[in-house]
Ligand binder design. Structure first.
Ligand code: 6PG
Ligand code: NI
Length: 180
């Protein structure tokens, strides 16, 4: 049936967001990190969660969501999302930072790589054909809003096979980019 205009309230994340709630715990995604941590394996904390708007995944619609990426490291490697290309590759995405500080790692199948900052008042534009992964480089939850064409879909497999060019670690004075 046709949708009517509606509003959701950011301050009610998890209450007012009536769509899918995706929760990724450490043991679900531990293979994306360079090393494993037995303590994290035992405690299996939530690394990030996504609250999607109640939108159908079809052309013409815009999916919107909020991601909360918790702070922490796996032996110094900052918590991050799995990362993906969109299955319909010619689809862009916009992120708006709400809280915390992070990096969006972006890369193409041709081998281009960029890392851009996200945080409050920062809008990140991810063009079509660029894979994207978010890294929390702060000590508080990184929260951002995102919008993309609702039919885009997620290709996680390519990233699982090829990884991202760089990994982000906590350094003695700042962050370290490490070749994968
Ligand atoms: C999307 C967005 C974004 C992303 C989450 C979790 O296309 O849906 O890029 O919402 O899905 O931040 O990241 P992963 O989907 O890579 O686990
Ligand atoms: Ni995306």
């Amino acid at each position: 049936k046709d949708m009517k205009p509606f509003v959701v309230n950011f301050s009610d994340i998890g209450i007012d967001f009536k769509g899918n709630h995706i929760v990724r715990k450490y043991n679900d995604i531990k293979h994306i990190f360079k090393t494993t941590d037995p303590t994290l394996e035992r405690e299996n904390p939530v690394i990030y969660e996504v609250f999607e708007g109640p939108i159908q995944e079809k052309e013409g619609e815009l999916m919107f969501l909020i991601t909360i990426l918790y702070p922490g490291t796996v032996n110094g490697e900052f918590f991050m999302t799995k990362g993906h290309y969109h299955t319909v590759e010619n689809t862009a995405e916009v992120y708006l930072g709400l809280r915390g500080k992070g990096l969006i790692l972006c890369q193409t199948k041709k081998g281009e790589f960029e890392a851009v900052e996200i945080g409050p008042n920062k809008v990140v534009y991810i063009p079509p054909f660029w894979a994207h992964r978010t890294v929390n480089i702060s000590d508080e939850p990184l929260i951002f809003f995102a919008v993309y064409p609702a039919h885009a879909g997620h290709d996680y497999e390519t990233v699982e096979k090829e990884g991202f060019k760089k990994r982000i670690f906590r350094g003695d004075n700042g962050i370290l980019f490490v070749e994968q």
